[in-house]
Design a binder for this molecule. Structure first.
Ligand code: 5AD
Ligand code: SF4
Length: 510
């Protein structure tokens, strides 16, 4: 399909963003080129998420939107890849007969072959792990993992997003089976990647110009790999990645409280390039609900863990996920969640209304009995509480200097430069999504006499900062003096360049 144009839209989590980058690498290696509008594309792909019904509804709505276009240009290939393909399976063809291809997240290495098949034979094709994914674990996954390893290791520079901050998968799948969650069904069993491959990938990323790596796993801290008869656990893996020269920042998401080992805090404390940031979902503050969710910890043990986190890493930024309106959640249960949120004092929260997922235990035996408007009320109450906490915690930073890795122009500056919204969409979760004070794109000058634009970057604790600086600061690590703050964003000015953006020669020298 050399020369064909593709449009790829990504929904969902960081894992999907990484999968999309790898898919793009494959397509580009075969001579295909990306376009920002599906109407210009020969191949339209949606990389999808199944974690909540709303995410799936959005994809059905997209499929509806492109139906007329597909009818007017029947040769266009339309594909649904990722979690929703694995969950809904061939029923997707029933609901959207204009769909040509479905491919689950564990089969993405086959995508180019599937596209060729559709192109040549004009038939609907599917590549899914199906129920085998869990049944025949060892033999099947030994083969599948080889293919997926090759895919992860095939990364090319700057595909589908900035390489400055890159994701690196350390683990696939999940074995926890929290009762509400569809992930173990669509991404298969938990498998940790070989540490040598992870380190090799980190080195390659540095070679491409990466300065910040986020290690990805559904329960990243549960990482364990048998090597020469000894278990390499997550703390050890962090040490090994920390040894890779050229990485300035290491993060990891998402952590699972029940599998936490204190050794990881020790490594976070002792290794300066591991950022003081921990995304560790609690999901609820009620022990009754936590039990029904099968999370394997109590609110008390979670709180104790957060206290230990602060003991080891006093400036740690904590982020969490909460589900409101889970089956049987009473007002009393919800107030326990409010108590927990107030106690922990997170930097930021992700709050979700419970959405029953077919096939999960909660959907089979639970009753989605919290009315939608009650879920909305609880969601809003929690948001308001967190917003106040976030605002207050950011005020403390006013008048202080923070260290920032400069990511690029702010959303407002990009808009002024004429970037389309679909280009912005493919930037993914780590992209700046705040609404900032807009202004002229190029501002007068700094002390250096250089014109400036509005730039964004993040603190070690992952807080977003906005400031005016010359474009050559992009990719640098700088100190920013914080002048003001909203609940979402810090505003300030650059006081010092800690480490300039690396030139290609600088990268090669590493
Ligand atoms: N309904 C609502 N939220 C969910 N999550 C996972 N499954 C569901 C569901 N069925 C949330 C959890 C998880 C985050 C990625 O999504 O909070 O941590
Ligand atoms: Fe889903 Fe629980 Fe696994 Fe997280 S740990 S992916 S919430 S099953």
């Amino acid at each position: 399909m050399a020369g064909a144009k593709y449009f790829l839209e990504t929904f969902g989590c960081q894992m999907n963003i990484l999968d999309s980058q790898l898919v793009e690498g494959q397509l580009r290696a075969r001579g295909m080129t990306p376009v920002g509008n599906y109407r210009d594309a020969d191949v339209i792909l949606f990389n999808t998420c199944s974690v909540r019904q709303h995410a799936e509804d959005k994809v059905f709505s997209r499929l509806g939107q492109i139906k007329g276009f597909k009818q007017s240009r029947p040769a266009t290939i339309v594909g649904v890849i990722g979690c929703m393909a694995e969950r809904v399976k061939q029923n997707l063809f029933v609901r959207a007969p204009h769909l040509n291809l479905i491919c689950g997240p564990g089969e993405l290495s086959q995508l180019p072959t599937l596209l060729d098949q559709v192109w040549e034979r004009r038939e609907q094709v599917a590549a899914l792990a199906g129920s085998q994914a869990r049944r025949a674990r060892v033999p099947r996954h030994a083969r599948e993992d080889d293919r997926l390893e090759a895919l992860d290791l095939s990364r090319s520079p700057d595909v589908g997003g900035s390489v400055l901050q890159s994701y690196l998968r350390v683990q696939r799948g999940c074995d926890k089976f929290c009762t509400y969650c569809v992930v173990p069904f669509v991404r298969g069993p938990e498998r940790s990647r070989p540490p040598d491959n992870i380190v090799a990938e980190a080195r390659r990323l540095v070679g491409f110009g990466c300065r910040e790596i986020t290690l990805l796993g559904q329960t990243v801290n549960s990482y364990v790999y048998e090597e020469d008869g000894r278990a390499v656990r997550f703390a050890k893996l962090l040490e090994r990645v920390h040894e890779v020269a050229g990485i300035d920042r290491i993060r990891f998401v998402t952590s699972y409280p029940a599998d936490w080992e204190e050794d990881i805090f020790r490594v976070m404390r002792d290794y300066p390039r591991i950022m003081p940031y921990l995304h560790i979902p609690a999901q609820s503050g009620s022990d009754r609900v936590l039990k029904a969710m099968r999370r394997n910890y109590t609110a008390g043990s979670y709180l104790k863990l957060m206290d230990t986190a602060r003991k080891y890493v006093p400036d740690i930024a904590l982020a969490g996920d909460f589900i409101v309106g889970f089956c049987g959640e009473t007002e009393e249960d919800f107030q326990r969640t409010v108590d927990l949120v107030r106690r922990v004092q997170y930097e930021g929260l992700f709050i979700f209304k419970y959405s029953p997922r077919p096939g999960t235990k909660a959907d089979r035996i639970g009753d989605d009995d919290v009315p939608h408007d009650v879920k909305t009320l609880r969601n809003n109450e929690l948001l308001a509480i967190q917003s106040e906490i976030s605002h207050r915690r950011k005020q403390v930073l006013i008048g202080r200097e923070v260290e920032i890795l400069v990511e690029g122009p702010s959303k407002a500056a990009r808009k002024a430069q004429g970037e389309t919204s679909s280009q912005q969409r493919t930037r993914g979760k780590h992209s700046p999504t705040f609404s900032s004070r807009s202004g002229p794109q190029i501002r007068p000058t700094t002390d250096t006499g250089k014109p400036t634009i509005q730039l964004v970057g993040r603190t070690p604790g992952d807080l977003m900062a906005v400031f005016d600086a010359p474009p050559d600061h992009i990719g640098a690590v700088v100190k920013v003096y914080v002048e003001s703050a909203s609940a979402q964003t810090l505003f300030g000015r650059v006081t010092k360049i800690v480490s300039p953006a690396r030139s290609a020669e600088g990268i090669a020298a590493h």
